[in-house]
Design a binder for this molecule. Structure first.
Ligand code: APR
Length: 175
């Protein structure tokens, strides 16, 4: 199968309402839930997701999922086959962690390819609790998707508010 540059689409809304082959979670390294996207996915997706996250911690990820890495579980009751959990970097003024944020997108797409997923919904990773400035996160996210060698056909960024939507739309328009 030829590799494609995914179509990038933008949606203003709640990622837990998306219909897609895979939904990406802005997780933390514990994989045991949290607030924001993480909280919404576990709340709407149900306990099976956490059960599989716990199994991952007990098997491959004893020390937790590293920042920039990605791993899949069931999507439970969400309108998707899989949730792909990834851990974004916390924004830092002193240290440039852009490569880790790009890695979240690249690794999530690699996992999507392993699953045969063709449509993948991403939130704006690291731009909430992890404090990453929205415009810079949009730049990194769109570039990482554009540079990815993947069989995924659609990458859908699901933006929760107007500021995020505008930042991603501006980035897509200007690049
Ligand atoms: N659908 C889509 N986007 C959402 C939703 C939702 N239901 N809820 C929040 N967002 C947006 C936020 O507005 C923000 O722009 O997702 C972006 C990422 O915010 P967070 O969920 O806070 O994720 P992040 O900044 O990566 O921080 C991860 O927060 O929830 C905890 O367990 C998580 O410790 C981890 C940390």
């Amino acid at each position: 199968m030829t590799q494609v540059v995914p179509d990038i689409t933008l949606v203003r809304g709640d990622i837990t309402e998306q219909h897609a082959d895979a939904i990406v979670n802005a997780a933390n390294s514990s994989l045991l839930g949290g607030g924001g996207v993480d909280g919404a996915i576990h709340r709407r997706g149900g306990p099976e997701i956490l059960a599989e996250c716990r199994a991952l911690r007990a098997s491959h990820y004893g020390k937790g999922l590293p920042t920039g890495a990605a791993v899949a579980t069931t999507a439970g009751r969400l309108h998707a086959a899989h949730v792909i959990h990834t851990v974004g970097p916390v924004w830092s003024r002193e240290e440039d962690r852009s490569a880790l944020l790009a890695s979240c997108h690249r690794e999530a797409l690699k996992v999507a390819d392993q699953l045969g997923a063709r449509t993948v919904a991403f939130p704006a990773i690291s731009t909430g609790a992890y404090g990453w400035p929205m415009a810079d996160a949009a730049r990194i996210a769109v570039e990482a998707v554009r540079d990815a060698n993947t069989h995924v056909e659609e990458v859908r960024f699901v933006l929760f508010d107007e500021e995020a939507y505008r930042a991603f739309a501006e980035r897509i328009r200007s690049s």
